[in-house]
Design a protein around this ligand. Structure first.
Ligand SMILES: [Zn+2]
Length: 233
């Protein structure tokens, strides 16, 4: 007689884990993890900045190549490096909210989640003059209160199609490039990092070095780069 409730509990826990840890799961609200599969368009996204030593050269590469990208920014880093945040905005890239302190939100309550999101929203507006319309959860971890807070702010929530562990110091620039080339597919939202969620001056030189090759490989395979703005609801 105990088996049935136990099985039901297991199913609930399984669903909860799916909604929490799977960055593209729709259980706790709609999430965009990939664009249209119809054409050969891919989307570059950079998380955890702004971070002068990486964001600036990434902006230069994107400008040289004429490519749009999205930057999911950490509020405390925007406060520390407002000029870099402004340059991202001035270049016309999509700016997203990535919480104030890169906190994992899955165990956070509604007040903490609202604080993380709303203070970051205000910081980005004050700094760049632009209101973010996109959100990505640190590590993709969410819960029902995250959905409520993003709805209140009118955000489109993004996951990603694939990451390549470019924040791991053991992964060299050539390997970052190779991994992106191997996993590219139509509509892919590519997760890269111009910053570190906790270290405001985290070393992202390998991602910076990999970017021109990533762009060249994608173009050679017939892809163009879309703006995540097209996918904002
Ligand atoms: Zn992050």
């Amino acid at each position: 007689m105990l088996l049935l409730p136990l099985a039901a509990t297991g199913a609930v826990l399984g669903a909860w884990a799916y909604g929490t840890y799977e960055p593209n799961s729709p259980l706790f609200g709609r999430v965009i993890g990939r664009g249209s599969r119809a054409g050969r368009v891919v989307y570059l996204t950079f998380d955890d900045g702004p971070n002068p030593a990486a964001t600036e050269p990434i902006l230069e590469t994107l400008a040289t190549e004429g490519i749009p990208a999205a930057f999911f920014m950490v509020g405390e880093h925007v406060r520390r490096f407002p000029g870099v945040g402004r340059r991202v905005a001035a270049a016309g890239h999509e700016i997203g909210n990535h919480t104030l302190r890169h906190r994992k939100l899955h165990f956070a309550g509604p007040a903490r989640i609202r604080e993380e999101l709303e203070r970051t929203h205000a910081l980005i507006v004050e700094t760049t003059g632009r209101a973010p319309r996109a959100f990505r959860a640190p590590h993709g971890y969410r819960n029902p209160f995250v959905a409520r807070a993003t709805r209140r702010l009118g955000y489109t929530v993004f996951g990603w199609t694939f990451g390549v562990w470019d924040s791991d110091p053991r992964v060299a620039a050539e390997e970052i490039r190779r991994r992106v080339r191997a996993r590219l597919r139509p509509g892919a939202i590519v997760l890269l990092h111009d910053g570190d969620g906790y270290d405001p001056r985290g070393d992202r030189s390998r991602t910076v070095a990999a970017l021109p090759g990533i762009i060249a490989d994608a173009r050679a395979a017939g892809y163009t780069f879309g703006s995540l703005t097209e996918l904002v609801a």
